[in-house]
Design a protein around this ligand. Sequence first.
Ligand SMILES: *[C@@H]1O[C@H](CO)[C@@H](O)[C@H](O)[C@H]1NC(C)=O
Ligand SMILES: *[C@@H]1O[C@H](CO)[C@@H](O)[C@H](O)[C@H]1NC(C)=O
Ligand SMILES: *[C@@H]1O[C@H](CO)[C@@H](O)[C@H](O)[C@H]1NC(C)=O
Length: 401
Amino acid sequence: MILSCLQVGILATSLAIFRAGIVKASPSLPRSASSRQVEFPAVDVPSHINPYPDKPRITFSSSGTFKLTVFSDLHYGENPWDDWGPQQDVNSKRLMRGVLATEKPDYVVLNGDLITGEDTFRENSTTLIDRIVAPLNEAKIPFSSTYGNHDNEANITHLEEIRREQLDSYLSYTRTAPPGIGGEGGEGNYWVPVYEKVTDLTPALILWFFDSRGGWSPGSTSAPLPDWVDDSVAGWIERETAAMEAGWDSIERRERGALAFVHIPPHAIENVQKTLNSTANPGLNADTLSQGSTQATTDPSSAGKDQPFWDALNANVKNLHAVISGHDHGDEWCAREPTKDVIFCFDKHSGYGGYSSPGWGHGVRNIVFPSADPIGGLESWILLEDGETTARVTLDGNYGR
Ligand SMILES: *[C@@H]1O[C@H](CO)[C@@H](O)[C@H](O)[C@H]1NC(C)=O
Ligand SMILES: *[C@@H]1O[C@H](CO)[C@@H](O)[C@H](O)[C@H]1NC(C)=O
Ligand SMILES: *[C@@H]1O[C@H](CO)[C@@H](O)[C@H](O)[C@H]1NC(C)=O
């Protein structure tokens, strides 16, 4: 495609295209901080459309697989005024450390509601982020976050948490969308390229992260923020995907896979729950989706407001393997969303903070790409803290048909 000057200008700022074409391969992590001890070869690699020119490339493992572990709804900082609250964070930290040690994922996603923001204090709310990322820094595993409705409250915002996370960890790949994209409290829209091999010219997989906002404006308990991905993100998805294709296709033509994360499930998921089948859709199904469970449902007049996002995501992002959400702690199933023919999965509630019920337990969702095949199936399952695995599914072209 041919880009106008205006488009190129926008792309150059939002995507950091390197017009000279050749730059040094991304530097290696300091003190061999890579979980896989990748040695970066001393070759020159064209670095087109790389939003992380100063960070190591995220790659598939040397055996050709890529494993993600998703911690969701960690809800740190609950009830700081009693003994119960701080003990929940001790438990969550134990869970994170234990899972990271046994799973050794290639990448970690924190899928929203990192903090129970309504219980935090203005003077120290973001210090909770230091505690959350500590186990990731210790394990030296690259990661990034979406932020949730509890992360926008009187004493905390998504942007404050993102900035703190970036400050805390060289291994954080969380970014903000360009100014004007995402709406107030919805700054966390970005994508992360994953390369099959560190020397590859273009990525094999794109991880997308979207900000479903929700919660409250800072300092306010009377102005709720919209609880859906803002309309402006739809156009941004279109422009980013066009830029990726224009930039990368000029170097090499290849199909690439994609996976998307957003804290609050898209509104369309509410209907999906009505046709679950325990064989095809295993896993806890204890939260009935209703007002507030999916995007754009807290206020009846907002119904369907996430449609521009949902349409743009599914129309523009090719080979989208699945869309992954948290938010509803009692649900952990995967299913095919029929209106877009796309697979959706809930996370597993990881945090000891946040609502729960006896028997739900705490754990993570693991997702494994057996290869970099852009249309190959993924393996995914829930891992509970005690090591039990449940709800194992193969997410491929036949899944849910
Ligand atoms: C923040 O300060 C409050 C009040 O001093 C205290 O109760 C709370 O534990 C502190 N929280 C953190 C995360 O340090
Ligand atoms: C926010 O922080 C202030 C100052 O630390 C504190 O007085 C207040 O209780 C906190 N929470 C809310 C909801 O305002
Ligand atoms: C449930 O899903 C399984 C596996 O896909 C399928 O074989 C079975 O026919 C489905 N049951 C119903 C009632 O749809």
